[in-house]
Design a protein around this ligand. Structure first.
Ligand code: COA
Length: 332
């Protein structure tokens, strides 16, 4: 029988588009204002993908940086996974498009769909592959061109989202380091609360359906409950409590959701890492973008306990607990 091993984050890399769209720019596009957006969401600006780029371009850039950070070559990658709430097309998968852009030949590639919880879900999937011994070095990317799915006349959604990508390379962990536990959950009865109805086989050609439809208040209430529940669930599975956490890296949906969740958990605010002000909600990319920021800050130390957590359409929610080894970003 294959020996079960833990996986670890060996490398991390990110990529965001250059074009910045500020709240003041949005004031000229839709009936909103900077003050409302900042106080209700915590967002000041977001990045918008260029017209001549696609989500696989952002993903490939983040992936190159992550593979370089891991000190590996592309030939050493034996599985490509992409989580995206804004995949380039239904199929082929964005993972296949990225594989081609990276010049990787032959290894399997597929997408994971868990909307904004995709990064948390994907870490669990990748970890299981490494643990089972099926794949040794996995390139996992959260990548979004979310703004391509926005209705720029809907002020309830168009102010929230932005584009970007973050990638990690997962491989075998040193004893007691790496990914320690995962908590994943879903409730399909909430599917109607947050969705992009068209673009699949369910609805064809319905005007305006290929944009984000959201019942913001209901999503807000769901997120405030489930984000802390996910953190608590993953910590329990790791045999830990909130007191063991050094850093929490929550999905960046709304500052008020994060503040409420953190308060409910009793987690000190200074342990919470984010980038909402600068990037808005970048869905599956928000956790790796925040994690990379933490890595580059120099604050993260070998042995630190990091908890990631996310909520998303589905409804989906989940969290991961990591004991940081320092393999990524030269932080060991
Ligand atoms: N600018 C100015 N006013 C706005 C506005 C905007 N962009 N959007 C809504 N408003 C107005 C509403 O029309 C309403 O006005 P009224 O009182 O005159 O009717 C008022 O602001 C309050 O609207 P409401 O929808 O209750 O605001 P809210 O406090 O719930 O904030 C969200 C709206 C979308 C910011 C909030 O519900 C939210 O963040 N929800 C979760 C969304 C999310 O994170 N989704 C992704 C999950 S992965």
């Amino acid at each position: 029988m294959t020996k079960l091993t833990k996986s670890d984050i060996l490398g991390i890399g990110t990529s965001v588009p250059e074009r910045v769209l500020t709240n003041f720019d949005l004031e000229k596009m839709v009936d909103t204002n900077d003050e409302w957006i900042r106080t209700r969401t915590g967002i000041r600006e977001r990045r918008i993908i260029d017209d001549d780029e696609n989500v696989s371009d952002l993903a490939a850039r983040a992936a190159r940086a992550a593979v370089a950070d891991a000190g590996l070559s592309m030939e050493e990658i034996d599985l490509v996974l992409v989580a995206s709430g804004s995949p380039e097309m239904i199929w082929p998968s964005t993972a296949c498009l990225v594989q081609e852009k990276l010049g990787i030949k032959g290894c399997p590639a597929f997408d994971i769909q868990a909307a904004c919880a995709g990064f948390v879900y994907g870490l669990a999937v990748a970890d299981s592959f490494v643990s089972s011994g099926l794949y040794r070095r996995i390139l996992f990317i959260g990548a979004e061109a979310m703004t391509r799915f926005l209705d720029w006349t809907d002020r309830g959604t168009c102010i929230l989202f932005g584009d970007g990508a973050g990638a990690v390379v997962l491989g075998q962990a040193e004893e007691s380091y790496g990914l320690l536990s995962h908590y994943l959950a879903a409730d399909g009865s909430g599917a109607d609360m947050l969705k992009i109805p068209a673009g699949g086989s369910g609805v064809s050609g319905e005007r305006g359906a290929q944009t984000i439809h959201m019942r913001g208040n209901e999503v807000y209430k769901f997120a405030v409950k489930k984000l802390p529940a996910a953190v608590a669930g993953a910590l329990e599975q790791a045999g830990m409590t909130v007191a063991d956490v050094d850093y929490c890296v929550p999905h960046q949906a709304n500052k008020r959701i994060i503040d409420a969740a953190v308060e409910r958990l009793g987690l000190p605010r200074e342990k919470v890492v984010g980038n909402l002000e600068q990037y808005g909600n970048t869905s599956t990319a928000s956790i790796p973008l925040s994690l990379e920021k933490l890595v580059r800050s120099g604050d993260l130390k070998r042995g630190d306990i990091v908890v990631t957590a996310a909520v998303g359409a589905g409804l989906t929610w989940g969290a991961n607990v990591i004991r940081w080894s320092g393999a990524a970003g030269g932080t060991g």
